[in-house]
Every structure is written in C-alpha cells, then in structure tokens.
Design a protein around this ligand. Sequence first.
Ligand SMILES: *Cc1c(COP(=O)(O)O)cnc(C)c1O
Length: 232
Amino acid sequence: MTALSANLQAVLARIDSACRRVGRDPSSVRLLAVSKTFPAEAVVEVANAGQHAFGENYVQEGCTKAEALAALSLEWHFIGPLQSNKSRPVAQHFHWVHSVDRLKIAQRLSEQRPAHHEPLNVCIQVNVSGEASKSGIAPDAAVDLALQVAELPHLRLRGLMAIPEPSEDQTLLRSRFALLRTLRDTVCEEYGLPLDTLSMGMSSDLDIAIAEGATMVRVGTAIFGARTAANP
Ligand SMILES: *Cc1c(COP(=O)(O)O)cnc(C)c1O
C-alpha cells in the first residue's frame, strides 16, 4: 500500500466512524479528494486506490489535470472562487461546480456548457460565517438564487456548499453547518427543489459536518499531505 492510499483508507475510516456515531449510513457521504497544488501523479495514485471524485480550486491547474488524466474517466469538481471571465474552461472540463455564488456566473456556466455534455452539476456556495468570510452568498439571499439557478437549462442544481471560517470552537462550527442544512431543508420542503447535496466538511472538521448532515466532504490535507507556502 502506498502512503497516499493509506491516507485515503484512514479518511474513509474516519467518515465511516463519524457516520456510525450519529446513526448515518456511511454510503450517504461521498468523499471528494481535493488535489489542488498536487501533481497529476498524486491523483493517479489516489485514483488507483479506488477514489473517483477529485476537487480543484484553480481553473488552469484543474483543466490541465483533467485533460492529462482523461483516460481515467475521473469526476472533476471545481471548488474554488470563480471569476466570470474564467467560466468557459470550467464549463467544458468539470462535472461539478461547488462555488456558484451569483446568478451571472451560473448563467455563463449554463450558456458555456457544451451541448454534448450532461448538464453541469452545481452547488450554491453560502457564506455561513457572516463578516468573517468573503465568499458565498448571504444566507437570506440563497433561496432566491437557488430558484433562479434551478431554471437554467444546462445546469443541474444539486445542493449547497459552505466553508465556515476555521475555529477551535466546535459549537460555533457546528452551528455554521447546521445553518447550511436548515437552508437546504427550506429549499427542498418549501420550494420543492430536489437538492440531494450538502457539500461541507474538510480535513479538520469533517466529523462535525457529517454529524450535521454533510453528504459530500472535501478533503485535501488528510489525503495528499500539507500544502506548502509555495503551494497554498
Ligand atoms: C483546499 C480546500 C479544501 C480542502 O481543505 P483541507 O483542509 O486541505 O482538507 C476543501 N474545500 C475547499 C473549497 C478548499 O479550497
């Protein structure tokens, strides 16, 4: 077993026990392996250990890896901040975008999604940490955006995503994740949109996120190792 495949197994075991602690079925949580800053060879190693879905933050880097590894038929998720002038390559190369936080980006992704591809799966990124964080739409504007995004023809709205500000305060973190879950429930129950995804939880807090209902955890460091200052 390689070092990275041992890390992958350890993360899967963590997901498993986090689920069992709260009575959830481990198959209800998907692992997204966040490979940003790591080379294609590292992705291959983790893919060979059985991992299918990979997350990238930077447009150029992510597109280059997706192209280089096309033969592996992996699933690519864009999870970083997205500027509208860079949306086209994302619409062309990725299967999911987790960081939709305004209508303009969603409209561009829908227009630019190639006709021969499946609709692009998207999540709306919500700012659950208030002023401490800059990315994501405000919670009280998220429902409206969800309703508009759901109408776009070449997108498939799957759910909500959040990156709470890191905190030692587990109760605070938990309340941030709970806010995202409550919003998802509102969109589903009051507006009838079938959202099946809560993208929340990273290396340091995936256990809490799972306790609050995460269906997809995005894990980088615990699989690939620490990113360096040159590779943030
Ligand atoms: C880098 C990143 C992750 C992974 O973070 P780790 O702490 O390394 O697990 C998850 N989500 C987003 C949006 C990221 O940018």
